[in-house]
Design a protein around this ligand. Structure first.
Ligand SMILES: Cc1cc2nc3c(=O)[nH]c(=O)nc-3n(C[C@H](O)[C@H](O)[C@H](O)COP(=O)(O)OP(=O)(O)OC[C@H]3O[C@@H](n4cnc5c(N)ncnc54)[C@H](O)[C@@H]3O)c2cc1C
Length: 498
């Protein structure tokens, strides 16, 4: 094949993955990225001698032979990133000040939950036994559904037959509804907080199974290592990234995408254009609202973006000891709730990083506090820099007062303090409403296939976390891979993984 060219907008995880597979399959790829580094939301930033984690606490796919491991191998992540493993997925403090630790060791988890509530033993056993049954199940989610052959479907069906009824049972009950089945008020309160309450319980059970078999780890030295590894691999196969190159428009001729126009006026032509950045920007700004299909129009009208966060990170000149290593830390109760950006906030997560020495100076600790907070209110505040800064100061004050109770005198040991808001995320990544992972999970759309092409625009494809009903780094990478499968099919090329 004479090299056909592909332009990709955005060097986030989806764009880098699409770039690698397109280049590997014989296309000449150029990625345009508005920042001076790749990674998008999967990033870190330096403040004094500390490196702040902007994204991944858990990357699924770190165990050979398990879900997502192949794609991370192909993209050079497994070979170039070291992973650490935690004892606890998440701890939830309840109103009664009990702490529920979700241990990754399933036997320990079972006895801990039974210690909290003997009367729920039967349900606890049922859940733990189910997680043990599925923990090594390699669920087939990587292949582009529209390209799956009948033989793939039959193979997948046979794989899940032994567990089909239970899979269906736990898929049809949300975390919220599962929690109602517990007799213990502590477990009733804790379970909906393990993820989004409306998520099927099945999702968290898979997550706990993967964590148990070490198919989910945190990237040592931060999630920017994932993006760096992918960029290296993409460049090794001959791909080109143009940094500090913001795309303004997709050029369309005769209902076909033929290139992009950059903010600096430059025009770049190509055979295919892939948008791997925010979907709303793609439809409204790049394409002037001209090609949005009925499906996508309705989807944007009816669905909500995922939640967004205020994050305060402290660098403490002291080693704080913790009984266990935890991926996400502890979700603590704010009683009474605090008022942040006009919203009553009832909970915050406190994650203590005292183990990744590459992120901080010796004998120090990083404390990361995360609060779910509405974008709209922060956006309003940001129109007046004074009001915006005042609100950030207020967050600092509130959070420090809470932390002082647990770690007396901590304020005097702060060496570094960084605060980001939903507006920071929006400004940095251009993601709609500062959403951290695309769409808010909705049981009705979960598993629904979202189209990656537009019926009236030829040679244009979309990937990334806005093109699936649930986002995250592995899903972004899979969408990048799958649209290249679609392009290969169109070009009658046998898709290659490497
Ligand atoms: C705080 C936080 C915690 C998270 N934790 C996890 C986790 O533990 N596990 C997990 O799996 N996921 C996690 N996520 C979600 C995950 O980061 C995202 O779902 C994923 O990185 C999305 O990748 P993407 O490539 O689809 O989009 P993005 O990362 O948004 O990439 C889009 C890229 O396009 C670029 N771009 C935008 N506009 C333009 C333009 N006009 N011209 C050129 N370039 C442009 C952007 O700069 C960016 O590089 C987290 C996210 C956040 C914010």
């Amino acid at each position: 094949m004479e090299d056909k060219s592909v332009i990709i907008i955005g060097a986030g995880i989806a764009g880098l993955a699409a770039g690698y597979y397109a280049q590997t399959n014989g296309f000449k790829v150029t990625i345009f990225e508005m920042h001076d580094k790749s990674g998008g939301l999967c990033t870190c930033w330096k403040r004094k001698d500390y490196k702040i984690e902007g994204c991944v606490h858990i990357l699924i796919g770190t165990k050979e032979g398990m879900l997502y491991n192949d794609i991370w191998n192909e993209l050079g992540v497994i070979q170039n990133v070291n992973f650490g493993y935690s004892d606890v997925y998440y701890s939830i403090e309840t109103l009664s000040k009990k702490v529920v630790n979700i241990y990754t060791d399933l036997d320990k988890l079972e006895s801990h939950l039974k210690d909290i509530s003997k009367e729920d033993s039967k349900l606890i056993e049922e859940i733990i036994n189910f997680i043990k049954t599925i923990r090594n199940l390699n669920i087939p989610v990587e292949k582009e559904p529209s390209l799956a052959k009948l033989s793939d479907k039959i193979k997948n069906f046979i794989n899940v037959i032994p567990f089909a009824l239970q899979l269906q049972k736990w898929n049809s009950i949300s975390l919220e509804n599962l929690s109602k089945k517990f007799k213990s008020d502590v477990l009733k309160e804790a379970f909906p907080l393990l993820w989004y309450p409306e998520m099927p319980a099945l999702f968290i059970f898979f997550m706990l199974g993967w964590l148990n078999v070490k198919n989910g780890g945190y990237p040592i030295s931060g999630s920017e290592q994932i993006a760096k590894a992918m960029e290296k691999k993409f460049r090794e196969v001959g791909g080109e990234i143009k940094l500090k190159s913001s795309v303004e428009k997709i050029i369309v001729e005769d209902n076909q995408a033929v290139g992009v126009k950059l903010k600096n006026g430059e025009i770049h032509k190509s055979d295919y254009v892939i948008s791997a950045c925010d979907g709303k920007t793609t439809f409204e700004k790049f394409l002037d609202n001209k090609f949005q299909s009925k499906f996508w129009k309705t989807f944007y009208e009816e669905q909500k973006p995922s939640s967004t966060v205020v994050k305060l990170v402290l660098g403490i000149k002291e080693k704080i000891e913790t009984p266990e290593k935890s991926y996400l830390g502890t979700n603590i109760v704010l009683d009474p709730p605090v008022l942040i950006a006009g919203e009553k906030i009832k909970r915050m997560s406190v994650y203590i990083n005292n183990f990744d020495k590459t992120m901080m100076p010796d004998n120090s600790t990083m404390i990361e506090v995360t609060l779910i907070s509405d974008y709209t209110r922060w956006n309003e505040l940001s129109k007046d820099q004074n009001l915006y800064n005042e609100e950030k100061e207020k967050v600092k004050k509130i959070v420090l007062e809470i932390l002082e109770k647990k770690y007396p005198n901590i304020s005097s040991k702060i060496e570094m303090l960084d605060i980001s808001t939903p507006v920071t995320i929006q400004r940095y990544s251009h993601n709609y409403n500062g959403a951290i992972q695309g769409w808010h999970p909705n049981p009705k759309t979960m598993g629904l296939y979202l189209p990656k092409q537009l019926p009236t625009l030829k040679n244009f494809f979309m990937c990334g976390h806005w093109t699936e009903s649930l986002g995250g780094v592995p899903i972004a990478a899979v969408t990048g891979k799958n649209i290249i499968r679609l392009i290969c099919k169109k070009e009658k090329i046998n898709f290659k993984n490497k």
